[in-house]
Structure formats: structure tokens, C-alpha cells
Design a protein. Structure first.
Ligand code: ACO
Length: 330
């Protein structure tokens, strides 16, 4: 069985910065409320770039930094909850944009855990010999599914994309990885796809049934998600340490999904883990869902924070409910 390592990372965020103060000019909120409840100061929002556009830019950033030719990529997986289309997949559009003509391409729907899920799948392809070089992307334009009149959700999220190139290797880079799901929490964080209402209202009128109504914005039970998040981060950290036979002293950094600073603080206190071990950049980007972990990983790499041999524990959680984590040796 082959091993897998991350050979390059990349990211891209849209130019437009939306600060808490700017948001408070259009909805009933304020910088103090958002910062104290979430840690978020600003986020990026896309004006005219769709998910495949920002995914392509993150992918090119990673490709430029690697010595890999696009034709060598045999797999592209995009984790996203905000694809451009139902079909084709965002991954197929990225393939066309970058010219990776030899890749098999598909998307993964696992909300904020999408990047970890995609890395896990890419690892399996590489370990079994079905692929040698994989491009894994987490990309979201959440601004298009947010209800900008709902201050309980719209202040939390941002747009962005992060990418990693995975390659088969003699030495292990990905030391442990796992994912999990619990569909019984389907309603806690949800965004409907095409409403039955659009086509089916005419059908229901024909059939003399009640009109079917639902919205297509992201909805969230914030407190339930908070409880789920702190429980599952703790479980994931313990599980990954057990799988890799490491302990917390062996871990140099933790990259949690960048949802909310209070979630991270809570876990740090509960597990008695030094707060400085957690890399946090949600103050600048908000919650970018599937993109948050690869954006953070690339930022750490770009800032020179990661040394060869460092062990990084990544942990994601999100709608579905879904979760997952990995320990990576840099
Ligand atoms: N600005 C000002 N006031 C607000 C805002 C806002 N943006 N949003 C809500 N409020 C008000 C509410 O209307 C309510 O007012 P009321 O008491 O007069 O009715 C009050 O603040 C408290 O509202 P709650 O929703 O109960 O706020 P809570 O303290 O639970 O904080 C939060 C909300 C921050 C979302 C919290 O539940 C949380 O941290 N949840 C975790 C979920 C999370 O981070 N999700 C991210 C996405 S999920 C993921 O990535 C997996």
C-alpha cells in the first residue's frame, strides 16, 4: 500500500472585504456583538466570481508552487456546499479551466467537512493505485445562499477557496485520517436545493394539493451546532491521536474548521490544550465552510510557520451532520 503526502497548497479569497461595521449599516447588528460571540471582524464576499472561479484560482496557486504539470493530475475533487450548478460538477469546470485533461473529477457534499472528506477519498485513490496525483479543493461562495436579512446567520460566513495537491510517496505524510456522519441532525444546518415549489406548485395545483413552500437560504440552529461542534472536535482529536499512536505533545498545530472562536476556546479549555496550538484566521475570513481548513493550511505555509516534520492535526465539522479529521506530517 502506498503512502500519501501533501506536496503543495494554495488559496484564493475574493477581493471585496465586508467588515462588521459595514454589515451593521444594512442589518441590525454591530461589531461588538459579532466579535464577542464569534471572533469574526470581517469576511470576503464575491461580487462576480462563482465557486468554480475561486476554486480554479486556489488550484492554480497550488500548482504554481509544485513541480507538477496539470496533465499529471489524475484526480480532482472539490468539497463544496455551493456549487455553480447541479451538473456539471465544480471539479469538471476546474478541470476545463486548468487543462487537467487526464483527471477524473467530482464534487463532495459534506458542508464544512468537505475538504477532509475529499482528502480522505483522494488518499484512498492514491493508496490503492487508482491515482498518483490528486488536486483537492474546498471552495465556497456562501454569500449566494445566505439570507442577508437573517442576522443570526449572515454575519457568520464568508467566501473563499483553498487547495492541496496530494501525491503518492514512500514516506507517510498523512498519518491518520477519518470521517463520520449523523444524518439525524439534517435540519440543524441546512440549505434546500431547487424547491419542490418551483415546478411542483403547478403540479400540485393540477392535482388540487396545497401549495408547497420552502426557502433556499442557509438556516441554522446555532446553539445545537455549538454543542455538536465542541463534542465532535473533542471526539475527533482523541480518535486521531489514538489512530496515530501520538499524544497531544507530539502535535505542533491544530487547524480546526474556522467556524467560531468561542467553539475553539471552549475545546482548548476543556481538553487543556494550549490556545496557541490552534491556528485561527476566522477573524479575517469568517466561516468559509469547506474552504476554511485549506485556506488556513496555506496561510500557515505562506507565513513560514510550518517546518519540515511538524505534525498538524486538522479537524472539520459541519452540516449533514458531518465531521472528520487528519494528522499530517509536513
Ligand atoms: N447581531 C446582533 N444581535 C444578534 C445577532 C447579530 N448578528 N444575531 C442574533 N442576535 C440576537 C438574537 O436576536 C437574540 O436576541 P434576543 O435575546 O433579543 O432574542 C440574541 O442575540 C441571542 O441570540 P442567539 O441566537 O440565542 O445567540 P447565541 O448566543 O446562541 O449566539 C451564535 C449565536 C453565535 C450563532 C451561537 O449560537 C454559536 O456560536 N453557534 C455555533 C454555530 C456556529 O458557529 N455556526 C457556524 C456555522 S456551522 C459550521 O460551520 C458547522
Amino acid at each position: 500500500m502506498r503512502e500519501v503526502k501533501i506536496v503543495a497548497t494554495g488559496s484564493y479569497v475574493p477581493e471585496k472585504i465586508l467588515t462588521n461595521d459595514k454589515l451593521s449599516e444594512v442589518i441590525d447588528t454591530n461589531d461588538e456583538w459579532i466579535k464577542s460571540r464569534t471572533g469574526i471582524s470581517k469576511r470576503r464576499v464575491s461580487i462576480n466570481e462563482n465557486t468554480s472561479d475561486i476554486a480554479t484560482k486556489a488550484a492554480m496557486d497550488a500548482i504554481y508552487k509544485s513541480d507538477i504539470k496539470v496533465e499529471d493530475l489524475d484526480l480532482i475533487i472539490v468539497g463544496t456546499a455551493t456549487p455553480d450548478c447541479y451538473t456539471p460538477s465544480t471539479a469538471c469546470i476546474v478541470q476545463k479551466n486548468i487543462g487537467a485533461v487526464n483527471a477524473t473529477c467530482f464534487d463532495i457534499s459534506a458542508a464544512c467537512s468537505g475538504f477532509i472528506y475529499a482528502v480522505n477519498i483522494a488518499c484512498e485513490f492514491i493508496k490503492t493505485g487508482s491515482a498518483k496525483k490528486a488536486l483537492v479543493i474546498g471552495a465556497e461562495v456562501l454569500s449566494k445562499i445566505l439570507d442577508w436579512n437573517d442576522r443570526g446567520t449572515c454575519v457568520l460566513f464568508g467566501d473563499g477557496a483553498g487547495a492541496a495537491i496530494l501525491s503518492s510517496s514512500d514516506k507517510s505524510g498523512i498519518m491518520a485520517i477519518y470521517t463520520g456522519s449523523d444524518g439525524s441532525g439534517e435540519n440543524l444546518l441546512k440549505c434546500n436545493a431547487a424547491s419542490l415549489g418551483i415546478n411542483n406548485n403547478s403540479l400540485s395545483i393540477m392535482l388540487n394539493k396545497d401549495k408547497y413552500e420552502e426557502n433556499n437560504f442557509l438556516t441554522m440552529e446555532g446553539r445545537e451546532i455549538f454543542k455538536f461542534a465542541v463534542r465532535i472536535i473533542e471526539e475527533s482529536i482523541k480518535k486521531l491521536l489514538e489512530m496515530s499512536k501520538l499524544n497531544m505533545d507530539d502535535i505542533d498545530y491544530i487547524i480546526p474548521h474556522q467556524a467560531n472562536l468561542r467553539i475553539i476556546d471552549f475545546v482548548s479549555r476543556k481538553l487543556n490544550i494550549d490556545k496557541n496550538k490552534f491556528f485561527v484566521n476566522l477573524q479575517d475570513y469568517g466561516n468559509t465552510s469547506a474552504a476554511s481548513i485549506p485556506i488556513a493550511l496555506n496561510e500557515m505555509s505562506r507565513k513560514g510557520l510550518l517546518k519540515k516534520g511538524d505534525r498538524i492535526l486538522m479537524v472539520g465539522f459541519g452540516g449533514g451532520l458531518t465531521w472528520g479529521g487528519a494528522i499530517v506530517k509536513w
